[in-house]
Design a protein around this ligand. Structure first.
Ligand SMILES: [Zn+2]
Ligand SMILES: [Zn+2]
Length: 215
């Protein structure tokens, strides 16, 4: 558990591809935003129950199957709205087919209720997420930024970046998105990626070999 008042972040690693599902808790109201419920829906729900939270939003960073596998169950059990960029809607529709290529069963996610776009505000509890369109891993990748925290999906990882060799990938777009949308945030902004440990803007600026030319 990390993050300061008024929010707390609970990270769960879900599914065979080890996706980070984040529960962002608003401490005062016990409301939660669930970011990328990728798999293991029953575990996510029991964690939410143990923490005594009510789910207000389901925020998706992109439409890859490993990030959306538990959306159907979360939606069914909580009724929370689903947020996704329009450019990844078609991709999410193919989640079941994407999963089968990996030999994995992914239930069809319901379509998003809200299409998010660059610069949008998504109200949550007493605050709001700012949406940054950060394409490159997929055309519809977004980052959700709130209170010096950024949930960046598969855009950037601690010491690495997201794959750009999958359909819709664009290396130059990804590098530009990191520089223009993420590295402009304060250095102590915590980055919560779709896989692997959390990091900070400052740490990645200093040491990520894709941006320092050190590899
Ligand atoms: Zn992905
Ligand atoms: Zn991923």
């Amino acid at each position: 558990m990390t993050g300061g008042d008024p929010f707390r972040v609970h990270a769960m690693e879900v599914g065979p591809l080890a996706v980070n599902c984040y529960l962002l808790e608003h401490v005062a109201s016990r409301k939660a935003a669930v970011i990328d419920p990728g798999d293991d829906g029953p575990s996510i729900l029991s964690r939410i129950g143990d923490l005594g939270l009510s789910v207000a939003k389901i925020l998706l960073t992109h439409g890859h199957f490993d990030h959306v596998g538990a959306v159907a169950l979360l939606r069914e059990k909580t009724g929370a709205d689903i947020y996704l960029h329009e450019a990844d809607v078609a991709r999410m529709k193919t989640a079941r087919r994407q999963g089968l290529m990996f030999g994995l069963w992914v239930p069809d996610p319901p379509p998003p209720d809200v299409h998010v776009a660059d610069g949008d505000s998504v109200p949550f509890a007493e605050g709001e997420f700012r949406v940054a369109h950060t394409p490159g891993h997929t055309p519809g990748c977004v980052s959700y930024i709130i209170n010096k925290m950024a949930f960046v999906g598969d855009l950037i990882f601690a010491g690495s970046i997201g794959r750009t060799d999958l359909p819709g990938g664009d290396y130059d777009a990804l590098i530009a998105a990191v520089k223009e949308k993420i590295f402009v945030l304060p250095d102590d902004t915590v980055l919560f990626p779709g896989h692997g440990p959390a990091t900070t803007v400052g740490e990645e600026k200093r040491s990520n070999p894709f941006f320092t030319g050190g590899w």
